[in-house]
Design a protein around this ligand. Structure first.
Ligand code: SAM
Length: 310
């Protein structure tokens, strides 16, 4: 494996390269550029390939520009959501030989308290990947209906006492808005009736982050949009960190790999359909114990890959 990136160590690096298989002359999209770790590995693999580095976070783009300076002639940066990037004229007209999505947040985003992705004490409840544009976590917690809060805490945070936490947030915000990580942790502690563990806090903060950034909506829209701009034989690789994301990817790849799309009640196939492509990962790919030990943030990573029919 290549040298470690001090900013964000790329997860499942060897596996990404194995499935993406970058070759000379190819055009690849890294839809979640982050610290530029995977992009750099792709560029190192071939002297004559190019990468379109997409990230919705302007700080990530600026940072990756520095990291990728030696390769600047072969990278173009696009500050955009990955589900909208396929509208880019070069992508639309030429098509991609491969695309990577490494979902979630980068180490850099997590490590910067002012961005508010962390439950470390005193951090503002911001959590916007877009770097200051749109509604932040404060606004979400101040305005979302109690039902919506409960759904987010339950579905995205896997919290058993989601209703109780939602009701506690609604009760607290009636007297003062939740402003910092401590306010959300305090509400969680009351709903659990004890101090939450680090894992419980992380899950609730992750849940709010997923809602604030509409991460599942971006994935739902992004998968077919990217599929449609892959050239024949082009590969899409997705690394998910949450079971809902992984399920979305698994179902999409499975659906696109079916050759028959007749309703199940028909006794025989009449559609003579052809599969849009093939799922390359028969089973989900997880990091090795050695990788998790070296980089604990890889712990929940799950990789799947799909190839568009030739
Ligand atoms: C896990 S990091 C990627 C790290 C990168 N693979 C590396 O090795 O440095 C995820 C990045 O994707 C960005 N991101 C997440 N969702 C996005 C979306 N829907 N559109 C564009 N960028 C997104 C985040 O801002 C973050 O910088």
């Amino acid at each position: 494996m290549s040298a470690v990136n001090p900013w964000h160590e790329p997860v499942l690096a060897d596996e990404v390269l194995e499935y993406l298989g970058p070759t000379n002359g190819g055009l690849y999209m890294d839809g979640t550029l982050g610290g530029g770790g995977h992009t750099r590995l792709i560029l190192d693999r071939c002297d004559d390939c190019r990468v379109l580095g997409v990230d919705r976070d302007p700080e990530a783009i600026e940072r990756a520009r520095d990291v990728l300076e030696p390769h600047r002639a072969r990278v173009r940066f696009i500050q955009e959501r990955f589900d909208r990037a396929p509208r880019d004229p070069e992508i639309r007209d030429r098509g991609l030989d491969g695309a990577l999505l490494d979902l979630g947040v980068s180490s850099h985003q997590l490590d910067q308290d002012r961005r508010g992705f962390t439950f470390r004490t005193g951090a503002p409840l911001d959590m916007r990947m877009s770097g200051g544009v749109g509604s932040d976590a404060r606004a979400f917690l101040a305005t979302a209906a109690e039902e919506e809060l409960a759904r987010v805490f339950r579905d995205y945070g896997e919290l058993k006492r989601a209703r109780r936490l939602a009701s506690e947030v609604v009760k607290r915000r009636a007297s003062a808005p939740l402003e910092t990580s401590d306010d959300l942790v305090a509400a969680l502690a009351v709903s659990l009736g004890r101090s939450p563990s680090a894992k419980e806090k992380a899950r609730i903060f992750q849940a709010v982050r997923i809602a604030v950034n509409e991460e599942l909506e971006a994935l739902d829209a992004g998968l077919p949009a990217i599929r449609d701009v892959l050239r024949a034989g082009g590969v899409m690789v997705v690394i998910a960190y949450h079971s809902l994301e992984d399920r979305t990817v698994k179902n999409a790849f499975r659906e696109w790999s079916r050759s028959c799309v007749c309703p199940p009640e028909l006794p025989a196939c009449i559609c003579r359909g052809e599969a849009l492509g093939t799922t390359l990962t028969r089973k989900v790919v997880r990091p090795t114990d050695a990788e998790v030990e070296r980089n604990p943030r890889a712990r929940s990573a799950r990789l799947r890959a799909w190839r568009r029919a030739a």
